[in-house]
Structures are given as structure tokens and as C-alpha cells.
Design a protein around this ligand. Structure first.
Ligand SMILES: [Zn+2]
Length: 163
């Protein structure tokens, strides 16, 4: 399959075969087949056209879990219909050999497509309404600043009283 090249579905940047994610935007790479390759090109192009660029930005975040590969691919198809690109990862702690289609999967979508993907899955009742745990660096930073301000205030009050 040397005729296949990896390209980013979002920004169309080419990548070497050993890479899995776009260096520029972090999207999972897809194969760009040269004409005459086995798989129907029209289908692949149709898929690529469905992806909305505004849903293909940001780091990958987990949007849902599937019990096995088939269910995960079904969910991916639903997301694609709404223009959200996605990729699958084996759920941690359930590692099984790669050739097996067993074991749960995490469905990952770009950050910008997360809300749209949740909406699709909620509508299809494929996920519950619980919010995913997302670490927020900005919030941590805000608390650090508050803590720093309090310390500074105490220090200032201390010098004021003692001085
Ligand atoms: Zn890219």
C-alpha cells in the first residue's frame, strides 16, 4: 500500500506513514488514496466532505464510550452525519490484541466538535447527561492568582500592623 499517503482531513497537510495525528491541528490522519486504489474513492471523498471544519479544531477529547468496535463505528457514523470527525481509542485498562475487535472503545472528537457530538449522542440516547471531566487550566490559574493575592494581602497587612 505504498501508493497511500496520510493527510489531515482538516487542513489537508501531508504526513509520513508512521504518523497518526496531524502535527498542525492534532486531527487523526486519513489515507489519501491515489486513483485506482482498491477502496471506492467517492465514498471516502463523500466522508471528507461531510466533516465541518469548525468541528475539527482543538485537541481530542473523549465524548462517549462504546462497548465494542462495531458500536463505536456506528457512533462514529452518526457523528459524521453531523459533520463531526472522530477517532477511536481503546479504553484504558481493557487492552486486548489489536486484531481482536473486542473490548470497549473511547470515541474521541476534536474539542470544537465536542458540544455538537454530545448533542447528537444525547438525542440518540447513547450517552447519559453526566458532564465529562475536563481539566481547566484557566480555572487552576485563577485559583492560583486568588491564593497569591490572599498571601500578598496577608503580608501587606502584616507589615502594616507590625510596622
Ligand atoms: Zn491538520
Amino acid at each position: 500500500m505504498s501508493s497511500q499517503a496520510l493527510v489531515c482531513p482538516s487542513c489537508a497537510q501531508g504526513h509520513s506513514p508512521d504518523e497518526r495525528f496531524c502535527r498542525a491541528c492534532g486531527m487523526p490522519l486519513v489515507y489519501s488514496e491515489s486513483p485506482g486504489a482498491g477502496e471506492p474513492i467517492t465514498d471516502r471523498h463523500a466522508r471528507a466532505r461531510k466533516i465541518k471544519p469548525q468541528y475539527a479544531e482543538g485537541a481530542l477529547v473523549r465524548v462517549a464510550g462504546a462497548r465494542h468496535q462495531a458500536e463505536a463505528e456506528f457512533i462514529q457514523g452518526m457523528l459524521l452525519e453531523e459533520g463531526v470527525p472522530s477517532t477511536l481509542q481503546r479504553t484504558r485498562g481493557f487492552d486486548v490484541p489489536d486484531m481482536l475487535a473486542a473490548g470497549p472503545r473511547d470515541i474521541m472528537v476534536p474539542q470544537s466538535g465536542h458540544a455538537a457530538a454530545r448533542e447528537v449522542l444525547l438525542e440518540a440516547e447513547l450517552v447519559s447527561d453526566e458532564q465529562p471531566v475536563i481539566t481547566r487550566p484557566s480555572r487552576v490559574l485563577a485559583w492560583l492568582l486568588v491564593a497569591f493575592a490572599v498571601v500578598a494581602l496577608i503580608a501587606w497587612l502584616g507589615t502594616d500592623v507590625l510596622g
